[in-house]
Ligand binder design. Structure first.
Ligand SMILES: [Ca+2]
Length: 473
């Protein structure tokens, strides 16, 4: 597969499709949409400012998960875990820039499973890890066995002409809050090209099932979007997080090391923070607009009712909570992700679920939605029952982990009420937060002697692990 941007024909995968046409009963298409670095900042999640009409419309057709958690709050490890169906301790991928087959040569990935079952499997944009903006337009850590066609559209990214500013110039591109507002629709942006290719695919292949992995880059920095999306968010309306004065006192040293340069507000003044927020929100609305174009193509071609749509982000994102920005933390803002599923034939529509679900659960869910036999290696649990009854009893815990320099490993467990974090390595420590009494995670109960029994109980939940936390179905 070429690394170059090509407009190669989607007929490249024709043999598998012709086979499917002869042998398989009609199966739904899958449109599997990723947004990069998106937290639950969408209108449908109740955000007071962010405008996301198209994703809100998708949520109105399916189920919005309010407590979905990534397994690792960083692009590469999260994506390889989700797409392979293996947790990070099984993929052994705890950092970016590692391909799934470097550590699991015989992986059977989600798109590969669909491919083996007669689907035409297409990747447009970022599915597996891609450094943004550094490796946009390349296939560097992609997984060729996953796809019949894989296209990594290039984009101008931080080189886009327009009005802008890097508000954190001491941090390299990819981490810097560098915003650029430009005139026009952005035909030079990778997300625009990916959406355009997706629309082309949807129009071309009306009779064969496809699995479309559509990976948008935004709102990952640089915050590049057309001017009209910046105009939605006047700087004076950007409200900053207010942390209590002693907030950092309860945070363990290992946690500070793990988040690296993203602590201490990244050195930003309040005016810088408002620009960072505006860039983040503008690029969310821009990404939402791209999603809208694709959903419209499905509707226009009559395929909306026979397409399962999954929208997800690889991890969450801090916007100043605990003086942190961006990812790599085990707090709620970084571990929780938006997740919306709209699939044909399921009973819940326009519903939300407070069930604890994990990105690792998406693989078996999508396989079940399309009637594919689930492989035995999967370490997640299909949440299809929640798509019919979003309020039913479900998992007792969700797990997220992170690794950091000096041999630091952090392991978090989220239960219905609590978040417990254990830090292993040179600075062993613990954190315990009660979401019922202090949902902002400002009060670390692990240091409160009166909470010893609760601490012991949550240590046991972490040690029992994901197998013990599965829902009974
Ligand atoms: Ca990411």
């Amino acid at each position: 597969m070429s690394n170059a941007w090509t407009r190669r024909s989607f007929l490249a995968g024709a043999p598998a499709v012709l086979l499917a046409r002869k042998t398989a009963a009609p199966r739904p298409n899958v449109v599997f949409i990723a947004s990069d670095d998106l937290r639950n900042a969408l209108g449908c999640y109740g955000h007071p400012i962010v405008q996301s009409p198209h994703l809100d419309g998708l949520a109105a057709r399916g189920v919005r998960f309010d407590r979905a958690y990534c397994q690792y709050p960083l692009c590469g490890p999260s994506r390889t875990s989700m797409l392979s169906g293996l947790r990070p301790d099984s993929t052994r991928i705890w950092a970016n820039e590692i391909a799934i087959r470097d550590t699991v040569p015989d992986a059977l990935t989600l798109p590969q499973l669909f491919r083996q079952n007669g689907y035409h499997s297409v990747r447009l944009g970022k599915m597996y890890h891609m450094n943004v903006p550094g490796s946009v337009g390349t296939n560097k850590w992609d997984d060729p066995p996953s796809w019949d066609v894989a296209i990594s559209p290039p984009g101008l990214e931080n080189k886009t002409p327009g009005e802008g500013r890097n508000v954190t110039p001491h941090i390299g591109e990819g981490g810097a809050f560098h915003w650029i507002s430009f005139k026009g629709e952005g035909k030079h942006q990778a997300d625009d090209r990916a959406a355009e290719q997706a629309i082309e695919l949807i129009h071309q292949r009306r009779d064969q099932p496809f699995f479309l992995g559509l990976g948008f880059l935004r709102p990952h920095v640089p915050s590049v979007a057309p001017e009209r999306f910046f105009d939605l968010y006047p700087l004076e309306k950007m409200n900053l997080v207010v942390n209590p004065p002693n907030d950092l006192a309860h945070i363990p040293r290992a946690s500070e090391i793990a988040i690296n340069t993203r602590a201490n507000d990244m050195g930003m003044k309040d005016s810088d923070k408002r620009e960072a927020l505006r860039g983040y929100y503008a690029t969310i609305s821009y990404m939402d607009w791209q999603v809208g174009r694709v959903l419209e193509a499905l509707a226009r071609t009559g395929q909306a009712s026979r397409t399962a749509i999954v929208f997800w982000s690889d991890h969450g994102w801090h916007l100043g909570e605990h003086h942190r920005w961006q990812k790599r933390s085990l707090f709620e803002e970084s571990a929780r992700v938006p997740l919306i599923v709209a699939a044909p034939g399921r009973r819940a529509r326009g519903a939300s679920s407070r069930a604890l679900v994990e990105l690792i659960d998406v693989y078996p869910t999508v396989a079940e939605l399309c009637g594919l036999k689930r492989p035995g290696h999967l370490e997640g649990q299909s949440f299809v029952p929640l798509l019919d009854n979003p309020a039913r009893a479900w998992k007792s815990a969700a797990f997220t982990q992170v690794s950091a320099p000096e041999g630091i490993v952090g392991r978090a467990v989220r239960t219905d009420r609590y978040r417990y974090i254990r830090w292993e390595g040179p600075y062993p420590d613990e954190e315990l937060y009660d979401h019922q009494t202090a949902p902002d995670e400002h009060t670390n109960l692990a240091r409160d002697a009166s909470q010893a029994a609760l601490l012991k109980q949550l240590r046991a939940v972490l040690e029992a692990g994901w197998r013990a936390a599965r829902a009974r179905v």
